[in-house]
Design a protein around this ligand. Structure first.
Ligand SMILES: C[S@@+](CC[C@H](N)C(=O)[O-])C[C@H]1O[C@@H](n2cnc3c(N)ncnc32)[C@H](O)[C@@H]1O
Length: 555
């Protein structure tokens, strides 16, 4: 049965309120007027303090904004807002009243974005201050050319989430609502954007993936196991209704918010596109632990990498024919096995699959990263116990490494699999990579549907050839084909493949070029023409698949 949407609720405890439309409207107008935009903040802080803030280092921005906040309007107003929400510095209500005159400090408190400093703390912070109850920051993107069928050029938004570890004392709350982080933007950039009738954002958090989906999907369903996360998403969507093209009076026309675990809230439905940055962090399970003991933003509550395995196995069930799912994940690498052994064991035989491993770390580094992430490294005794628990947990499954990367799945509309790739790409790639991944899938489909030997091919514009030759040698020892864009692949060419590529000007078909090379290089005793043609055609197919060679327009 379809779950009810949550657009009836707007007042979830400990989350910003979205049932006060006049105040939301006032806040959007104030933030616009004060210039609280990505560019506005960057200009106020200057490049080095802005870059430090990006690394969660607040001190340079505190120094830069201190004098600006005491100075003249309008810089003083913007400085007050930046110090409040980005640097978590309590402010005099009067400073916020001046900076945000329609909303005022009182309105921010009503919206759940600010709270009065408690009596005991007031002396320390100065009398009658307010402090942020959430993070609220500008976020903007520009659509890449051709991105999304409803291509709008991009959007400028303000996004609320919980204050992060570097903005508040102590260990994070267990139901922490994550802001826009590195993993969020990795998935944003990896997503292949095309028009979708129905899209799903599984584990929406503050709603980041949903904002992008709304730009190229007719309807988006955002789910989460956390009611607070859905409340933040609802707030963010209504605060930015205009930029997201949502009618604040009828948001359900474009969006459903559903509470529940994994696919439970969408059982029986189908989507053209599913994106998920799931709680994939591998976490040692403790006997007797309750759901409330887990950091929901990163821990799905299952042992090992089971959450990612479960999603890879079950997501195809909610895809429409030809529908795709993209997610990020961690996977365990068992000692003595290749990294792709486990991912391969999850992928259903009737699903198109593409895994790209971007990084691999050992158990120690993994434990350090995630204990630090939730500020669990501040108490020495707790840190030692928690660190040991990670190592014991990995050792219990004979895990020697943990892989991180992106996963693309498709329910083939023709019923047969066309893509089955597991590859490791750890060097920097072009971002956003989504359009390049989309083009690669199209080329795989083209290869499956066409006779390559009859095709006329051209070398892609971003491809260069590199020849390495010992001084005085007659021929190059190594010939490399390099791709400047997208996944920036390098291909080591055999002599015959190099000859093939150099003849790809669209004039002759692939079969004709291979025939000419066979006449030129073959003819000697034991030469196997069939094997030669077949091996070369396979190598040519790989170059087409990876985008070094492209079918000429007539194909
Ligand atoms: C890593 S955060 C991703 C947030 C956001 N989508 C992004 O890209 O930054 C994972 C989200 O999944 C939610 N979550 C955790 N367990 C879940 C489950 N079993 N089913 C659905 N969502 C879950 C968390 O509450 C959290 O909001």
């Amino acid at each position: 049965m379809t779950q009810p949407t949550l657009f009836t609720a707007g007042n979830t405890p400990d989350a910003p309120r979205s049932d006060l439309p006049d105040l939301l409207h006032a806040l959007a107008a104030d933030l616009r007027e004060v210039g609280y935009t990505v560019d506005g903040v960057a200009e106020l802080l200057g490049p080095s303090a802005y870059a430090a803030l990006d690394r969660d280092q607040l001190i340079p921005a505190l120094i830069v904004t201190e004098s600006a906040a005491q100075g003249e309007a309008p810089a003083a107003a913007l400085a007050a807002v930046v110090r409040f929400w980005l640097l978590a510095v309590p402010q005099d209500p009067a400073a916020l009243d001046d900076a945000l005159p329609r909303t005022r400090a009182e309105g921010l408190v009503a919206l759940g974005l600010a709270e009065a400093v408690q009596a005991g703390e007031a002396a320390e912070a100065g009398e009658a201050k307010v402090r942020p109850a959430a993070d609220l920051r500008p976020y903007a993107w520009k659509d890449a050319a051709g991105e999304g069928a409803t291509g709008s050029g991009g959007a400028e938004l303000w996004v609320a989430s919980d204050l992060a570890a570097h903005q508040r004392p102590g260990v994070l709350r267990r139901d922490h609502v994550l802001g826009i982080g590195q993993a969020s933007t990795t998935l944003v950039q990896t997503t292949i954007r095309r028009h979708a009738k129905k899209a799903l954002d599984l584990g929406t958090g503050c709603g980041i993936q949903t904002f992008h989906l709304l730009h190229h999907s007719e309807h988006v369903t955002a789910t989460d196991i956390s009611e607070r996360a859905l409340a933040f998403t609802r707030f963010n969507i209504l605060l930015n209704a205009e930029a997201l093209r949502v009618d604040p009076a009828r948001p359900e026309d474009r969006l459903a918010l559903r509470l529940g675990s994994l696919l439970e809230p969408v059982a029986g439905e189908e989507f053209d596109l599913v994106v998920s940055n799931p709680p994939f962090v591998i976490t040692p399970r403790i006997a007797g632990e309750a759901a409330g003991d887990q950091f929901t933003y990163r821990d799905g509550g299952l042992p090992g990498d089971d959450i990612v395995a479960t999603l890879v196995q079950s997501l195809p069930q909610v895809l429409s024919p030809g529908g795709t799912a993209q997610m990020l994940g961690n996977w365990e690498i068992t000692a003595g096995q290749s990294w792709e052994s486990r991912p391969k064991s999850w992928a259903g035989v009737d699903t198109d699959v593409w895994f790209i491993q971007r990084e691999q770390v050992g158990p120690e580094q993994y434990a350090e990263t995630w204990l630090q992430d939730a500020s669990e490294n501040r108490d020495r005794k707790h840190y030692q116990e928690a660190y040991s628990a990670y190592l014991d947990d990995f050792a219990s499954r004979n895990v020697e490494g943990i892989g991180f990367g992106m996963i693309w799945l498709r329910r083939p509309d023709a019923g047969t699999r066309r893509v089955y790739r597991f590859e490791e790409i750890t060097y920097p790639i072009e971002q956003p990579v989504g359009p390049h991944l989309g083009a690669a899938v199209q080329r795989a489909d083209w290869l499956a549907a066409n006779d390559l030997s009859a095709a006329h091919l051209l070398v892609a514009d971003d491809v260069t050839e590199e020849r390495h030759q010992r001084p005085g040698a007659e021929h190059p020892g190594v010939i490399l084909l390099r791709q400047g864009a997208g996944l920036r692949r390098t291909n080591l060419l055999s002599t015959e493949l190099a000859g093939f590529v150099s003849a790809c000007d669209g004039d002759l078909s692939a079969g004709q070029i291979i025939g000419a090379l066979e006449s030129l290089l073959g003819g000697y005793e034991d030469f196997d023409g069939v094997a030669f043609r077949s091996a070369l055609l396979t190598e040519v197919a790989n170059l087409v698949r990876d985008g070094f060679l492209l079918p000429a327009a007539q194909d």
